[in-house]
Design a protein. Structure first.
Length: 342
C-alpha cells in the first residue's frame, strides 16, 4: 500500500466513529424488544488513529423491525405497563454529529469527544393492545407515525497506538431531548437516561491493507419514569473485518452479538425478566473522496440483518455515512506508517 493510503487511513477511522445512534424507540428499549445500544454502532477501524481537530458526519439510517403476533412487548401507549402483541416498525433518521479530537496526549493516548442528534420519521404498528396477566385484548391493531427528534447523544474516547495494534476505551450516553411522548407508540427519544462503557481493539496493517476491529461494552439504563420500567444490563460486541483493494476503497463484513445479562424490572415489567438476545451480520464498502485543499471525505455504506433474536423484534438496517475531516499529513520515508498519536 502506498504512503498516500497510509496517510488517509486516520480519516476513515474518524468517519466511522461518528456513525452512531438512531433507531425507533419502541423497537429499541428492552421494554419494546431491543436495548438502548444499537448493535452495529462500531465498525471497521473503530480504534484506529484519527486526525486531530474537528470532524463532521451525517448518517442516513433506515431501519425495519418486525415481530409476529405471537410476540408480546411492553411499550409506551398511554397506559403504564401497556402490553402489545406483534410489532412492525420502521425509521428513517438523519444523524448529525461533530467530533473534536485533541492534539494533546491524555494518559499517553488520544482523546476525542462527539455530540450527535437525529431528526427523523418513525412509524410503529401493533397487531393488538393487551393488558392484565392473562393478556386480555382491550383493542385491535394500532398504527402511529410521527416526525420527531432523538435524544442528544455524547461519546468520549481514549485511544492508543502501537504500530499495527490499536486500543480504545469509550463511554457514551444520552441527554433527554424532551420529545418522548408516553402516549405515543412512535418515539425516537428513549424516555430514560442510559450510559454505556467499553473497550475496543483494531488491527490495521497499511502495507497489506488488512483490518480487523472488535468493540465490547456494557449498558446500564435508568428507569423509564413514564412506564415504570427499567431495562436490564446489556452486553454487546461489535466486530468488522475489511480489505483495502486500492488506496481509496475498502470492502468487508461486519456483525454484532447482543445479550441482556440481567432481568428487566419495575412495576411496568409485566412480562418478567424479558432478557433479549441478537446476532447479526452484513456487508460494507467504503470510499475515500478528495475534497477541497486540506480536507477529505469518506463515504461508507453498510447493512445488517439479524440472524437470531430472542425477546426482540427481528431487524435489518442500512447505514449511509458521509464524513468530512482534515486531511492527515503526508508521511515521510523516516516516519512510521501510523504515527503514535494515542
Amino acid at each position: 500500500m502506498s504512503g498516500q493510503m497510509n496517510a488517509r487511513m486516520p480519516l476513515i477511522a474518524g468517519a466511522v466513529a461518528l456513525a452512531i445512534f438512531a433507531q425507533p424507540q419502541e423497537t429499541r428499549a428492552d421494554a419494546g424488544g431491543v436495548g438502548f445500544w444499537l448493535p452495529g454502532i462500531f465498525g471497521s477501524l473503530a480504534a484506529a488513529p484519527v486526525t486531530p481537530g474537528w470532524a463532521y458526519s451525517t448518517v442516513y439510517l433506515h431501519l425495519q423491525a418486525n415481530a409476529g403476533a405471537g410476540q408480546n412487548f411492553v411499550t409506551s401507549n398511554g397506559v403504564r405497563g401497556s402490553v402489545v402483541a406483534g410489532i412492525n416498525a420502521h425509521a428513517d433518521a438523519l444523524v448529525q454529529g461533530f467530533t473534536y479530537t485533541s492534539p494533546l496526549p491524555v494518559l499517553g493516548g488520544q482523546a476525542g469527544f462527539s455530540v450527535l442528534a437525529a431528526p427523523g420519521n418513525v412509524g410503529v404498528g401493533v397487531d393488538a393492545s393487551l393488558t392484565g396477566p392473562r393478556g386480555n385484548t382491550i383493542s385491535g391493531s394500532q398504527i402511529d407515525n410521527r416526525t420527531t427528534l432523538s435524544d442528544i447523544y455524547y461519546q468520549g474516547t481514549l485511544k492508543w497506538n502501537q504500530g499495527v495494534h490499536n486500543e480504545m476505551i469509550y463511554v457514551t450516553g444520552n441527554i433527554p431531548s424532551g420529545t418522548y411522548d408516553s402516549s405515543r407508540l412512535a418515539n425516537l427519544s428513549a424516555g430514560f437516561v442510559a450510559i454505556d462503557a467499553g473497550a475496543g481493539y483494531t488491527y490495521l496493517d497499511p502495507k497489506s491493507g488488512h483490518e480487523f476491529s472488535v468493540v465490547g461494552g456494557l449498558t446500564y439504563s435508568a428507569i423509564n419514569p413514564y412506564l415504570q420500567y427499567q431495562n436490564g444490563i446489556d452486553f454487546h460486541v461489535d466486530w468488522a473485518a475489511s480489505q483495502f483493494v486500492s488506496k481509496s476503497v475498502h470492502v468487508g463484513v461486519a456483525g454484532y452479538f447482543y445479550q441482556q445479562i440481567t432481568d428487566d424490572s419495575g412495576p411496568g415489567a409485566k412480562l418478567g425478566g424479558f432478557r433479549g438476545r441478537a446476532i447479526g451480520i452484513g456487508p460494507q464498502i467504503g470510499f475515500i473522496i478528495p475534497l477541497s485543499e486540506g480536507y477529505q471525505g469518506y463515504l461508507n455504506v453498510r447493512g445488517y440483518k439479524d440472524l437470531e433474536v430472542e425477546n426482540r423484534a427481528n431487524t435489518w438496517s442500512t447505514w449511509v455515512t458521509f464524513a468530512v475531516s482534515a486531511t492527515p499529513p503526508e508521511k515521510t520515508p523516516s516516519t512510521p506508517a501510523i504515527s503514535r498519536k494515542y
